[in-house]
Design a protein around this ligand. Structure first.
Ligand SMILES: [Zn+2]
Ligand SMILES: [Zn+2]
Length: 251
């Protein structure tokens, strides 16, 4: 496939937030956790599975997402608010490849393969499918991988809880892929941070050239409000049911 086609394809990403504790679309349920569907011209990827299987599947149904249309699941980290919906999902469709940080326990990994799904353990940064990559497992105590989409507008970084630190994850993504980040979205884990710390994160985002910010989940109300104020029209409001396309990322 030549570079031109790669680039055109790269414009076709669509991200649908299926599960979040922040609301967005009316009629969807909200609960502590995160899950987002990434549609690519090839494979469809579910990044994280929220904290509850019934709610995940019910929100998917309301968004007209058929479990059978998903080819790949990427789990950011082991916490239940990101993996809680996995096994209910696998009962609907186990014909998927589940990418987990290598640090996940054997019990969890075995349960995935027992469901009939394939498992891929991620240690270093690697490709997941065309134009989609993992940052590799990062962090010390809680190993976590971020999802990176390569677009012609720059990188999109999606994080689960950002336990390794959101600034660190932004830095690593930039270093690995040698491109700027057009959008960082997901849980930034600032719920319990001081205003000073939040301001520092935002300054660092701006210095790193992160053009759009879509904080949700464990970012917390306070940090979201500050991001919104600082990022102005480059703030992307994220909650359950939000759909982001490349048209949302202009300048
Ligand atoms: Zn977590
Ligand atoms: Zn979380």
């Amino acid at each position: 496939m030549n570079e031109q086609i790669e680039r055109e394809d790269a414009n076709d990403f669509k991200i649908t937030v299926v599960f979040d504790n922040f609301p967005y679309k009316e009629g969807l349920e909200t609960s502590w956790g995160f899950s987002a569907l990434v549609n690519t011209p090839g494979e469809n990827i579910l990044f994280d599975t929220g904290g509850d299987g019934n709610m995940l599947l019910s929100n998917m149904q309301k968004l007209q997402i058929v479990p059978g249309s998903i080819d790949i699941i990427v789990l950011s980290h082991i916490h239940g608010d990101h993996t809680g919906g996995l096994f209910a999902f696998l009962k609907q469709n186990s014909d998927v490849n589940v990418f987990v940080p290598q640090a996940f326990g054997d019990k969890f990994k075995n349960k995935v393969t027992e469901s009939g799904a394939e498992i891929t353990e991620v240690e270093e940064s690697r490709q997941i499918c065309k134009n989609v990559y993992s940052t590799g497992q990062l962090g010390l105590l809680i190993k976590e991988q971020g999802l990176v989409l390569k677009t012609d507008k720059g990188l999109i970084l999606i994080t689960g809880c950002a336990h390794p630190g959101i600034v660190k994850m932004v830095k690593v993504a930039k270093e690995i892929f040698k491109e700027d980040i057009v959008l960082a979205m997901g849980g930034f884990h600032l719920e319990w941070s001081t205003k000073g710390k939040i301001q520092k994160v935002i300054s660092s985002f701006k210095e790193s050239g992160v053009r759009y910010a879509g904080p949700c989940h464990c970012t917390g109300e306070k940090a979201r409000a500050i991001f919104k104020k600082e990022y102005e029209e480059h703030f992307i409001e994220i909650g359950a049911g939000r759909i982001i396309t490349m048209d949302d990322l202009k300048g």
